[in-house]
Design a protein around this ligand. Structure first.
Ligand code: GLN
Length: 310
C-alpha cells in the first residue's frame, strides 16, 4: 500500500484540526494591537531538509512573531558572546508564567532561561551591545530576512508602539535586572529593541524556512550556509524543548515531543531534528499563553509523521 506523502498528511491534519477547532482559545489582548487579529486564522507550513514544502490554510499570511523572535536573538547572542552568555541567563525551565517576576529577586536578577521575558530581555541587551536600538532592530530583522530568504519581513510599527505603551511588566523586569547590574544598555533602548523584535511580521512559510538551520546542526541545508556551530544549535534546541512553552513546556514535550517555541501572536516554530522545520499559526491561546489549536495541530502532525524525538 503506498504511504501518504508529506503534502497529503499536512493537508489532512490541517483540515481535520481546522474543521473541528478553528477559532478556539483566546486571542491575546494585553497588547491592544494584537486583540484585533481574526481568531479564525489557521496556517501550517512544513519545510524539510531536502527542501520539500507542504502547507495548509493561511500559511502565506503574516502574523506577529512575538516570543518566537527569542529563538533568533538567542542565536545572535550565542554567536556573539559564546559561553559568557550563561553567566547572565540560566537554562532551566521556570515553571512560571512568561512575564513572571517572582524568581528574579531570589536569583539575583539572573533569569531562569532565555525564553521567559526576563531572560529574553537580557539576551536582547547582549544583542544591542552598545549600539542604537535602530541598528540592533535592523540587525535582528535582517538576520530573519536572511534566514527566511525573504526581504519582505518587516516590523509592525503599530504593534511595537502598542507594546511599548502597555509593557509595564517588561519595564519592571528590565529595571529590576538593571538594579542587579544584569543589563548593560539603558532600559529604554533594550526594551525598544525587544518590543520591535516581538513585533516582526512573518508567515508560517517564512518562519519554517528561517528555523530550518536548527534541524541540521546549525547548517542551512538548502544553501549550505553555516548559521551557528553544531554545539550552539544543540543548545538552542535543548532550550526550546525544555523552556519553549513556559510552564507548559513539559506538556508540549509530552504531547508533541519536539523542540518548539511559541509566541502570544499564536505562532509556534517546531524543529524536527534532521528532518524538517514546522510553523503553525492560530491566534487563540490556551491559559498558559500558547496557541491552542496550533499545539493540537502539531500533536497530530508529529504523531502521524512519527516525529517525536522520544
Ligand atoms: N511581546 C510579548 C511580551 O513581551 C511577548 C510574549 C510572548 O510572546 N509570550 O509580553
Amino acid at each position: 500500500m503506498p504511504t501518504d506523502s508529506l503534502a497529503e498528511i499536512v493537508a489532512a491534519v490541517g483540515k481535520e484540526v481546522a474543521d473541528a477547532h478553528r477559532g478556539a482559545g483566546k486571542v491575546a489582548d494585553y497588547i491592544p494591537a494584537l486583540a484585533r487579529v481574526d481568531p479564525n486564522r489557521f496556517g501550517l507550513a512544513v519545510i524539510t531538509c531536502e527542501g520539500e514544502t507542504a502547507e495548509f490554510g493561511d500559511a502565506w499570511l503574516p502574523f506577529s512573531i512575538q516570543s518566537i523572535s527569542k529563538v533568533f536573538t538567542l542565536t545572535l547572542a550565542l554567536e556573539r558572546l559564546g559561553e559568557a552568555l550563561w553567566t547572565r541567563v540560566g537554562r532551566e525551565p521556570s515553571g512560571s508564567r512568561f512575564n513572571s517576576i517572582v524568581q528574579l529577586e531570589a536569583e539575583k536578577g539572573v533569569p531562569r532561561n532565555p525564553f521567559i521575558n526576563a531572560g529574553a530581555i537580557v539576551v536582547t541587551d547582549a544583542v544591542l551591545a552598545g549600539r542604537t536600538p535602530e541598528a540592533a532592530i535592523a540587525d535582528i530583522r535582517d538576520t530573519l530576512r536572511r534566514l527566511a530568504d525573504n526581504d519582505t519581513i518587516e516590523v509592525d510599527k503599530e504593534v511595537a508602539t502598542s507594546e511599548a505603551a502597555t509593557g509595564f511588566r517588561n519595564y519592571a523586569l528590565a529595571n529590576f535586572m538593571r538594579g542587579f547590574d544584569n543589563l548593560n544598555g539603558p532600559v529604554e533602548d533594550v526594551l525598544q529593541t525587544y518590543f520591535h523584535q516581538c513585533s516582526l511580521r512573518i508567515t508560517c512559510r517564512q518562519l519554517a524556512r528561517a528555523g530550518l538551520f536548527l534541524a541540521r546542526e546549525g547548517l542551512d541545508p538548502l544553501n549550505g550556509n553555516r548559521i551557528v556551530s553544531p554545539e550552539h544549535a544543540r543548545r538552542i534546541n535543548a532550550i526550546m524543548m525544555t523552556c519553549g512553552h513556559y510552564d507548559a513546556s513539559g506538556e508540549f514535550a509530552f504531547q508533541v515531543g519536539l523542540p518548539g517555541k511559541s509566541g502570544v501572536g499564536g505562532g509556534i516554530l517546531t524543529i524536527v531534528p534532521d528532518r524538517a522545520a514546522v510553523a503553525v499559526w492560530s491566534p487563540g491561546l490556551n491559559e498558559v499563553g500558547n496557541s491552542q489549536v496550533g499545539t493540537l495541530a502539531l500533536e497530530k502532525l508529529a504523531a502521524r509523521m512519527k516525529w517525536s524525538v522520544f
